[in-house]
Design a protein around this ligand. Structure first.
Ligand code: SF4
Length: 476
């Protein structure tokens, strides 16, 4: 069958919201479908930027019979736009939605969008292959495990969870599409699943259990050799696992084998990983060797510099662990980017100031990534579907205008939004990123400290203009 798998663009383009990597989820499905002799085209909105006219041309000139759309919170409206185009120009095609948003919101989607024939739930590889096989032989697909659809009576039917692939080495390497301006980096995964249960996250609920599955180091190195052979321009791999440095005993030996195999290939490659501070500490003794074989950057999931807030976020870590991880990465000369979730409903102003003062010291460290996001650019924590934070949000009747317990945080947020509009252009053009980061941090601290006075005396515009002048002088 001719199948088109689509990853729509994010709804809104904003700082850091768009990825230049192709979607690995549909990349894996594409490879499996191709193995089953289906013709698959991968359309990635991050790479192919089509307007409405171009979509019309693409669809009218194509012969796709099945369309699968990967849907997340961030691209839902983009998915709807594409769905309407598909049904307009290829009205007889079969369309299914998959991905996180579809898994957790299938009833809403099916009831709102009757053009969607079914939703594929959870990890979709096995279900998609079986679905397309059945469609190609005109067999009934309604009793397939792992889907939801609307029956003739208008009821939403969910057929339950499908099985997941236990042995990740058994699936073919994912199909990738490349952005023409971004030919040096690819994304990869070394594992699936996570053993934590952070309040803001829906990962633990997507995969039906917390069982962590690791690819073998051999399988990863084989993929690396394959991609280097096929695309010689690749110099960097971004491991997109939820947590590359898992703090489990199996992972210690895994890392040793990975290092040994990578050395043996003599391939020169750099790589970055996501890791929690406690896991960096757990594998501290391996950092030196990982660096020697190319570990270049760690996206460090610190989230907060307040133990109280870390507990609220169910991060199962501490400020002390954050500091120890940063010290270790500094010691071994590994770059790091600190991931933060500072703005959530229980954030209060005084505590925020204390955290920002701690960050002021860390932002001076030599191995901090130049791409570290300025504090004022951080967004409030969003209630992702199915996350425990979503339950908290609903239970406490939170909304856009009733989000923070400390109402001063709403005023601060409004000022930061104006500040961002004023300085966004400077940020995009400056090469003095570190200076910008520090000046912005000091702006936020100063604003927090002076907030009552600024609000009461209507001094906000003067304050913004003064700091804008300051940032222009120091960063341009
Ligand atoms: S935020 Fe990261 S560590 Fe926490 S549950 Fe999600 S994937 Fe796991």
């Amino acid at each position: 069958m001719n199948v088109c798998l689509i990853s729509p663009r994010p709804n809104v383009k904003s700082e850091g919201s768009s990825s230049l990597f192709s979607n690995l989820g549909i990349g894996y499905i594409a490879s499996l479908l191709s193995e089953d002799k289906h013709e698959v085209y991968l359309f990635d909105g991050n790479v192919h930027d089509l307007d409405k006219e171009e979509w019309m041309e693409f669809l009218t000139n194509s012969e796709y019979e099945v369309f699968g759309i990967s849907v997340y919170e961030y691209n839902y409206f983009g998915a709807i736009t594409i769905l309407k185009q598909i049904k307009k120009y290829r009205s007889n095609s079969f369309v299914f939605f998959g991905g996180y948003y579809s898994t957790f919101n299938y009833s809403k989607i099916l009831l709102e969008l009757e053009m969607v024939d079914c939703c594929v739930l959870g990890e979709g590889e096995l279900t998609c292959c079986e679905l397309v096989d059945r469609l190609s032989t005109h067999s009934d697909w309604h009793n397939l495990k792992g889907i939801a659809y609307i029956n003739e009576q208008g009821e939403v039917i969910c057929t339950g969870s499908s099985s997941v692939i236990d042995h990740l080495d058994n699936i073919p390497f994912p199909t990738r599409v490349f952005h023409p301006r971004f030919l040096e980096r690819i994304s990869m995964i070394s594992s699936r699943g996570c053993y934590e249960d952070c309040i803001i996250c829906s990962v633990p609920y997507f995969r039906t259990n917390k069982h962590i599955r690791l690819r073998s180091p051999h399988n990863i190195i084989d993929e690396l050799i394959y991609v280097k052979d096929k695309y010689s321009s690749i110099t960097h791999i971004d491991f997109m696992d939820n947590n590359f440095l898992l703090a489990i005993p199996d992972k210690e030996e895994w890392i040793d084998v990975f290092i040994a195999l990578l050395k043996k290939t003599e391939i020169s490659i750099q790589f970055s990983v996501f890791a929690r501070p406690v896991d960096v500490c757990f594998h501290k003794r391996k950092l030196q060797k990982l660096r020697e074989v190319g570990l270049e950057m760690v996206f460090l999931e610190c989230h907060s510099y307040s133990d109280r807030q870390l507990e609220f976020l169910c991060k199962n870590t501490t400020v002390e662990a954050n500091n120890m991880a940063v010290t270790a990465l500094e010691e071994y000369g590994i770059r790091y980017n600190i991931q933060l979730s500072l703005f959530e409903p229980t954030t209060f102003l005084d505590e925020l100031v204390q955290q920002l003062i701690s960050l002021n010291t860390i932002f001076l460290n030599s191995n901090l990534d130049e791409g570290q996001l300025p504090i004022s650019f951080h967004k409030r924590v969003y209630p992702l579907s199915k996350s425990n934070f979503n339950d908290y949000y609903v239970k406490n009747n939170l909304s856009r205008h009733n989000y923070y317990k400390d109402t001063q945080m709403h005023s601060l947020e409004a000022i930061l939004s104006d500040w961002q509009s004023l300085i966004g252009k400077i940020y995009r053009s400056t090469i003095k990123r570190r200076q910008f980061l520090l000046t912005d941090l000091n702006f936020v601290i100063d604003t927090c400290k002076r907030l009552p006075e600024l609000n009461e005396r209507g001094l906000i515009n003067v304050h913004l203009n003064n700091w804008q002048q300051h940032i222009l002088e120091s960063c341009v």
